[in-house]
Design a protein around this ligand. Structure first.
Ligand SMILES: [Zn+2]
Length: 77
């Protein structure tokens, strides 16, 4: 009996190390591999901006998020 085989290449996206953009600290994972909670922000600037078309994304740890939001003139809800 002839068995036909074929080679397949599969691309898999995996989460690499995550660093806080504000303090530079690498976020920790627990024994199950879950990251400590953090804020992820993605922004694509529009045509009314000087950054038209530019995409930015940042990750911020909980500690830095608290420092960041403490500076808000209008507090979050
Ligand atoms: Zn941080």
């Amino acid at each position: 009996m002839l068995i036909k085989t074929e080679k397949r290449t599969q691309e898999t996206e995996v989460v690499g190390n995550i660093y806080c953009n504000m303090c530079g600290r690498q976020l920790k994972t627990d024994k199950h591999g879950y990251y400590e909670d953090f804020v992820h922000i993605e922004k694509r600037w529009g045509y009314t901006s000087e950054k038209d078309g530019k995409e930015q994304s940042v990750d911020i740890c909980e500690h830095c998020w608290d420092k960041f939001t403490a500076g808000f003139a209008i507090k979050d809800k």
